[in-house]
Design a protein. Structure first.
Length: 943
């Protein structure tokens, strides 16, 4: 058979023996159809280069793997091949070592096979190899794959006269119906088209020149056979030494980490480049369900009902198979749901914590997968949330009783039954306790204070410490230790939830320096010096002074000078002397000396008069006062102890406690939640003679009993009757503030108090549900987001938002900008306040879909300029260099956000659409902005 002939380029060359250093690491296994060695199966084509012969560099040599003869499988001498050599016995059986050992320069390419070959075809190929080996009449040719006697080849080995190495390979395959070439859909088998498998005419060695056709040009020579001209043109594929891959497809209800909560269907597939051997008409796959379980042949999908260590392997057509002791997959099945949880509130009973902590719900899984997480919800229809912790805080709860549900979910996805607990949120403040009347003033340094409470369960604190006892369900009592001077009693009550009432106060003046002389004969520890006689009778002390320097000296005392700023006594004098003197001694100088004295004028008219001497302005009235002395007159009359013309009667002598100042008047303080961690305080003095102030910040409500404070700063009064302070770098949290003032007597008064929360988290208050305003302020007074139309009644829908205002009230002296700026929202959520801390307040009030704003000034500046920095939407329709101002009026609808219009300094108006965002867009607002100016007169103005 032949076709139209054309010239064919030379593809084959003379083949010589060559070698290469080579080792085989793969071991052989028996697969039922013959011996296999590593990736070399009986009948596989093997190839190496001819680089060992410089003249033949770039050409290849071919052979066929034959068999393993026994012994060490890694020894190439124990493996036999059949190939063509240019000797008298052309087709010979040789060792693998000889095939690869002609020269170290030769490159071994590997073994090649047709992946579609069947075991029967492979056996036929091996038989044909043996027939070629046993034929001694063949000669070698370099000019073509085969040559035969006569005009045509009859397709038998006996009819061949000459053969080349690649012709031997192609004949062994294609004489048995296995194609090794596949460039075109039409294949020209060497059996049917022998002429086309020669390279070029040779009138000496080749009787049958090639046919002139296309296909043989590509399928001639060992290099072409192994795909050297493009692997897509040959059906021979390299026999890979890698093990075949068995894939397990698992189907079931899955969780995480490979766990299933149902029976698992296992489907096995095998793949390999050289193909998988067949058994029973399907890929040969073996499997075992455990180390000790028997091996079975896979025929169809399996059902696994419990956890199993699955082992699988397959065998490819090159004889490769993995070690079957290697586990393929651990099928993990857990069908048991976790046990029911037992959640509980960490603090039993009612609580005012709106996000109480729930604990006690952790369980051990009933199955083997283990707990993955816990789900929890508030109420049976609440949103389900998850946690992996052993405790969680609930979402914010309203007042009332709530049921918290918790269940465990394991890694297989099994969910246990819901466990539950109830939490009672009580936000109602306890009723204020009562204080029974106290004894004040008193000369005793302790006093039992009593009062009432509204509930038998109420806890009562006196000065932030729980009282000593509760005599009845409705009363309380406490023993109070007193210090000389004013003692403030602060009482509050708490219910079981921890809600504190307001504070009720009382004051007790403890004065150990009081002498009344009401007991006849009792001089109460006073000594008389230069006195002719004395007596206590009728409610007063009577003395008959000598002529020179008579006086009385009091007992030892110990009182702080700062707590007592005056001395008072009631006296009548019959003496002619009109001059008296009062002395004191101190712990630092415990003697009576002239510097520690106060001279007074005596009214010697025989009537009682009250004498009050101011001591606070005396430099020596300091420290601890240890004793007093009264010189009622400078000199007595010389009437001896028998007359009464110069007698002096003293009704009482007492030190008067200094009155502490009232709390200062707060002009500005942080309220509610602020996003600035440098809150600003501003206050005015209350009363007169205020010398200095103290600002304290603490995370406890009781600063007086706390040894340390988060912030404690003393500010001297500079004479302006007001002061201010800025606290820096407060971390996020809840705080209490206290502002005290001290008077000239060096007494601190009770504080002005309040609380606030610092929350600097970006967006923390921006979009809370139920709020009309969403405010985050910056140190420069920035309103981050103000949602205007909460009703949806505006033309632009419910999502009209004006982003990033910066506002400033400037009176030319003290502005709203800077760290002094504070902002707040009242409890109704309908009023936003902007406070400059200096007596100016700007409020914006929401009424339905309308907004009104009001600027209130507590002082009379020369002028006021209200300024707004607004970062406009990037539209390209306005000039950033221009300044804009607000055309003001009393009320503005939400469509105005809340302005009617903006205009440039040159009068060019911009409609509000340029500065808003509506439902249908997600436009961002740029950080570019201009300052808006509004000129106003002085005083209070509606804007």
């Amino acid at each position: 058979m032949s076709k139209q002939k054309k010239h064919i380029f030379l593809r084959g060359k003379k083949i010589v023996s060559a070698g290469i250093a080579f080792s085989i690491a793969a071991l052989a296994v028996t697969a039922g159809f013959g011996q296999i060695v590593g990736s070399r199966e009986c009948g596989d084509a093997i190839y190496r280069s001819l680089n060992g012969v410089p003249a033949l560099a770039g050409y290849d040599h071919a052979g066929l793997y034959y068999r393993f003869i026994g012994g060490d499988r890694t020894d190439l001498n124990n493996h036999r091949i059949i190939h063509v050599q240019n000797l008298s016995d052309v087709v010979i059986e040789d060792s693998y070592a000889d095939f690869c050992s002609s020269s170290d320069n030769n490159q071994y390419y590997g073994a090649y096979t047709n992946p579609l070959i069947t075991p029967a075809q492979r056996a036929a190929i091996v038989a044909t190899m043996e027939d070629f080996r046993d034929n001694t009449n063949l000669n070698y040719t370099v000019w073509g794959q085969i040559d035969w006697e006569g005009s045509s080849w009859d397709g038998t080995i006996g009819d061949l006269e000459n053969i080349r190495c690649d012709g031997f390979v192609e004949c062994c395959y294609e004489m048995n119906g296995v194609d090794i070439w596949g460039k075109d859909q039409t294949h020209y088998s060497i059996v049917d088209y022998p002429e086309e498998h020669n390279d070029m005419p040779d009138f000496v060695n080749n009787d049958h020149p090639p046919e002139m056709m296309e296909d043989p040009d590509w399928e001639v020579s060992p290099k072409a056979q192994r795909g050297g001209l493009g692997e897509q043109y040959t059906k021979l594929r390299l026999s890979i030494a890698d093990n075949p891959t068995v894939t397990c497809y698992l189907a079931g209800s899955s969780g995480i980490e490979g766990w299933y909560r149902s029976d698992v269907t296992v489907t096995l597939t095998a793949s390999d480049q050289s193909g998988i051997i067949q058994s029973g008409g399907r890929d040969y796959i073996r499997y075992s369900r455990g180390v000790a379980d028997p091996w079975e042949t896979y025929t169809s999908p399996l059902t696994v009902t419990q956890s199993a260590h699955f082992f699988t392997f397959s065998v490819d057509k090159a004889g490769n198979a993995p070690d079957p002791v290697d586990e393929k997959v651990y099928i993990k099945i857990d069908k048991l749901p976790p046990p029911v949880t037992g959640p509980r509130v960490s603090t039993p009973g009612p609580t005012n914590d709106t996000t109480p902590t729930i604990t006690g719900y952790t369980v051990v899984d009933n199955g083997d997968s283990g707990i993955r997480y816990y789900e929890y919800k508030v109420g049976s229809g609440g949103a389900v949330q998850t946690t992996i912790q052993s405790g969680f805080e609930t979402p914010a709860l309203s007042e009332g009783i709530h049921t918290i549900y918790v269940r465990a979910v394991d890694k297989a996805g099994n969910a246990g039954s819901w466990g539950s607990c109830q939490v009672e949120i009580d936000l109602t403040a306890e009723a204020v306790p009562t204080i029974d009347p106290v004894i004040s003033p008193t000369g005793i340094d302790t006093q039992t204070v009593t009062g009432g409470r509204s509930l038998a369960t109420a806890v009562v604190q006196l000065n932030y410490q729980e009282v000593d006892s509760y005599p009845t369900s409705s009363t309380w009592e406490d023993m109070v230790s007193l210090t000389p001077g004013y003692n403030y009693i602060r009482v509050r009550g708490s219910d079981a939830a921890g809600n504190w009432s307001g504070i009720v106060t009382a004051e007790i003046i403890y004065n150990p320096a009081v002498w009344e002389f009401n007991q006849d004969g009792d001089i109460e520890g006073w000594g008389v010096i230069d006195i002719y006689s004395w007596q206590v009778a009728g409610g007063f002390l009577t003395i008959n002074p000598e002529i020179i320097d008579p006086y009385i000296e009091g007992p030892d005392i110990s009182v702080p000078a700062v707590n007592f700023d005056r001395v008072e006594f009631r006296m009548r004098s019959r003496s002619a002397s009109n001059s008296g003197q009062f002395f004191w001694r101190t712990a630092a100088e415990n003697t009576f000396t002239e510097p520690k004295t106060r001279i007074f004028t005596v009214i010697a008219d025989g009537d009682f008069h009250v004498y009050t001497l101011n001591l606070a302005d005396q430099a020596e009235w300091t420290g601890t006062i240890t004793g007093l002395r009264l010189d009622p007159v400078a000199n007595g009359d010389a009437d001896g102890d028998t007359g009464g013309s110069d007698d002096i009667d003293i009704d009482y002598i007492r030190l008067l406690p200094a009155e502490p100042p009232l709390p200062p008047t707060m002009a500005c303080r942080p309220r509610g939640t602020v996003s600035d961690n440098t809150p600003y305080f501003d206050w005015l003095e209350t009363g007169s003679n205020i010398t200095d102030y103290c600002l304290r910040i603490d995370d406890e409500i009781n600063p007086d009993e706390t040894p340390g404070y988060l912030y404690n700063n003393y500010i001297t009064n500079t004479g302006s009757s007001s002061s201010q302070d800025t606290v820096t770098a407060l971390p996020d949290g809840d705080y209490y503030w206290f502002v005290y003032q001290r008077n000239g007597s060096q007494l601190w008064g009770p504080p002005a108090t309040g609380s606030f929360t610092v929350n600097t988290v970006e967006g923390a208050n921006e979009y809370g549900l139920g709020n009309d305003y969403f405010l985050i302020e910056g140190s420069d007074g920035e309103i981050r987001v103000l949602r205007v139309d909460n009703t949806g009644g505006g033309n632009y829908g419910p999502d009209i938002i004006s982003d990033r205002w910066t506002w400033l009230i400037n009176d030319g002296v003290a502005g709203f900008a800077g760290s002094g700026t504070t902002s707040w929202i009242d409890q109704t959520g309908a009023r936003l306040g902007l406070d400059n801390g200096r007596g100016a307040e700007w409020t914006i009030t929401l009424a339905g879909s309308e907004i009104s704003s009001h600027l209130h000034l507590f002082y009379q500046p020369a002028r006021v300029v209200a300024e707004l920095d607004i970062n406009f939407e990037q539209s390209g329709y306005y000039d950033y260099s221009q300044r804009y101002h607000w055309e003001y009026g009393n009320n503005h609808t939400s469509e105005d956000i809340p302005f009617k219009a903006f205009c440039t300094r040159t009068g060019n108006y911009r409609p509000v659409e340029y500065f808003m965002r509506n439902d249908d867009s997600n436009l961002l607002f740029t950080t570019n902005g201009t300052r808006a100016l509004l000129a106003l007169g002085a005083g209070n103005w509606d804007m």
